[in-house]
Design a protein around this ligand. Structure first.
Ligand code: NAD
Ligand code: LMR
Length: 330
């Protein structure tokens, strides 16, 4: 059998909490498939490079059949060189009492240099997922550097929010998470995000027909999903990590393969103006991915007045965030 050419996969902040879970999933074939070899190109700050070398040793010690090489570096161009997929994780997580947006001025500048380097040295169709918070606006900063790469190749992660929403609905309905379809998260990865249950189904039936507790849907459901990051931070003393790594796996895997008929994925992507959302803003939408690995915003989703108002609130926040970093956008 002819073996596929290895994909080069760059991960930043590789020595951190999320990296410790994500790297092993990539090397195990959970993102790019069981017959797709990978080369891991891991980036860390110089101060954390020794720790990353320890993680690299552990990765090698797993003897992953699909792992065709590793590199641990602090040099941007080495990490992103010829990369086919990039996970931008490296950045500060928030501390108790902070909102994700409070990280903007600390983390935002990181994405200028990284965006420039990706644009200069990565593969021409490299797919970029920003995880580091505030991820929508950081993705906007990285995308603003794109002179060669298509802007649509820059995305941010709201899949964790989709997974959280599905888990809550499944528990409430006594269903499996796989029974829940078309649960799209709209807007910003922040407390204003809108997990739209009104268009979602459980076992093919409308969520509102299966879960008749409207007060729960409008109350505890929405706030649990919107505030889940804070609840984990308060309980653990550290922000979510393994669940974030799993969501990053889901996001990238589902970007590299066609979406099954009838299903949707939540991805924060550059808006094309759909649903009146300003063009270029990195906003979460329901998307599908075609056989060429191109995402498309699902059109014609019916949104009631309450849903529209909620999405608008989150979009307004994204516009405010964009204004706060306008000096970082080129
Ligand atoms: P962490 O502190 O454990 O690890 C971050 C790592 O990034 C550290 O090892 C640090 O040395 C490294 N780093 C910092 N600046 C860097 C740079 N310029 N280049 C390369 N590496 C750099 O944090 P974590 O728990 O892994 O979280 C990482 C980020 O992901 C945080 O911003 C967090 O808020 C975010 N996050 C996002 C989501 C989401 O759903 N979008 C979910 C969870 C966490
Ligand atoms: C999350 O949603 O868990 C992450 O964005 C981390 C955080 O700060 O909430």
């Amino acid at each position: 059998m002819v073996q596929k050419k290895p994909l080069r996969v760059a991960v930043t902040g590789a020595g951190g909490q999320i990296g410790y879970s994500l790297l092993f999933s990539i090397a195990a074939g959970e993102v790019f498939g069981p017959d797709q070899p990978v080369i891991l190109q891991m980036l860390e700050l110089p101060i954390a490079l020794d720790a990353l070398r320890g993680v690299e040793m552990e990765i090698l010690d797993c003897a992953f059949p699909l792992l065709h090489g590793t590199k641990a570096t602090s040099e941007l161009d080495e990490a992103f060189g010829d990369a086919d997929a990039v996970f931008l994780v490296g950045s500060k997580p928030r501390q108790k009492g902070q909102e994700r947006a409070d990280l903007m001025r600390d983390n935002g500048p990181i994405f200028i240099g990284q965006g420039k380097s990706i644009d200069a040295v990565a593969a021409p169709d490299c797919k970029v997922l920003v995880v580091g918070n505030p991820c929508n606006t950081n993705a906007l900063i990285a995308m603003s550097q794109a002179k060669r790469l298509p802007r649509r190749n820059f995305t941010a992660m709201t899949r964790l929010d989709e997974n959280r929403a599905k888990a809550q609905l499944a528990i409430k309905a006594g269903a499996k998470t796989t029974d829940i379809q078309r649960l799209a998260v709209w807007g910003n990865h922040s407390p204003t995000m809108y997990p739209d249950y009104t268009n979602a189904t459980i076992g093919g039936r409308k969520v509102t027909d299966v879960i008749t507790d409207a007060a729960w849907l409008e109350g505890a459901f929405l706030t649990t999903v919107q505030q889940r990051g804070k609840a984990i931070l308060d309980a653990r003393g550290k922000s979510s990590a393994a669940s974030a790594a799993f969501a990053a796996v889901d996001h990238m895997r589902d970007w590299f393969r066609p979406t099954p008929q009838g299903e949707w994925r939540s991805m924060a992507v550059p808006s094309d103006g759909s649903y009146g959302i300003p063009e270029g803003l990195i906003c979460s939408f329901p998307v599908t991915v075609d056989a060429e690995g191109q995402w498309k915003i699902v059109q014609g989703v019916e949104l009631d007045a309450k849903s529209k108002a909620r999405i608008q609130k989150s979009v307004d926040e994204l516009v405010e965030e964009r204004d706060m970093v306008k000096d970082l956008l080129t």
